[in-house]
Write a protein that binds this ligand. Structure first.
Ligand SMILES: *Cc1c(COP(=O)(O)O)cnc(C)c1O
Length: 247
């Protein structure tokens, strides 16, 4: 019996997503091959921010298991409507401490932990949530700023502040220190930036051997990220197309 390819089900958007996803998966495979990482391929997280829940349903039909969102209200609404799909939701955006309670209801990971107060708020929220839902620990990535200029605009903790934040996360019940995350500086070569992140990761795992995660790599720079050891890629526009304008 022949399974009907999903793209033949007369949904042009599904066919388009399948084509774009396949192209990105090929790029990842080539990068993995070039880096000799067959045994440790990265996890693809499809960043679905600003795109409708219906696209996430299509991506799930195409085999996607992990999605990324950067605004709590939008993510909460989508997760509530798509609970049956069993997806893992990754929160990847700037997060205010007062949103922690909401985020832990649907997220399995937060990639943007950049300060001790947020770690505290997430731990407190998880204490309440674990009692209620019996969920597993929340994976926490420390977002690191890779800007040379200390007050770079893409966010994240300074490298010098990573050890203290890591200890805070490792000591928090309900949180699991997963590793580090970064966004390559705008307009600069991503290769040295991701090499710097790999160095920060190596120092972190010397102290916390299980915190091996490196969340790095977006549509424009996934090859460089794979080369530098990224374990999680966050890809949006090359799969979903340009993001609709903000309402
Ligand atoms: C939007 C976003 C992405 C995806 O970026 P694309 O260039 O669309 O692939 C990845 N990471 C973060 C933190 C984002 O905000």
């Amino acid at each position: 019996m022949r399974r009907t390819p999903v793209a033949e089900q007369h949904d042009p958007r599904l066919a388009q997503l399948e084509e774009r996803l396949t192209a990105v998966q090929r790029r990842i495979e080539s990068a993995v091959a070039a880096a000799g990482r067959h045994d440790t391929p990265p996890q693809l997280i499809v960043v679905t921010k600003f795109h409708p829940a219906e696209d996430i349903r299509r991506l799930a039909a195409l085999g996607i298991t992990d999605v990324g969102e950067n605004r709590d209200q939008e993510a909460a609404d989508k997760a509530a409507g798509l609970g049956a799909l069993g997806l893992r939701w990754h929160f990847i955006g700037q997060l205010q401490s007062n949103k922690a309670k909401s985020v832990v209801k649907y997220a399995s990971a937060v990639h943007s932990v950049d300060r001790p107060q947020l770690a505290g708020a997430l731990a407190k929220a998880m204490a309440a949530e674990q009692g209620r839902a019996g969920r597993g620990p929340l994976d926490c990535f420390i977002q690191v700023s890779l800007e040379d200029d200390a007050d770079g605009h893409r966010g994240g903790a300074l490298p010098v502040d990573v050890p203290a934040l890591a200890e805070r996360l490792a000591d928090s019940e309900g949180l699991r220190l997963a590793g580090v995350m970064a966004v390559a500086p705008l307009g600069a070569d991503p290769v040295p930036a991701f090499e710097k992140l790999a160095g920060i990761s190596a120092r972190l795992t010397a102290q916390f051997p299980d915190a091996t995660g490196i969340s790095a790599g977006m549509s424009q720079d996934l090859e460089a990220a794979v080369r530098s050891g990224a374990t999680h890629l966050r890809i949006g526009s090359d799969i979903l197309g340009p993001r609709p304008a903000l309402r």
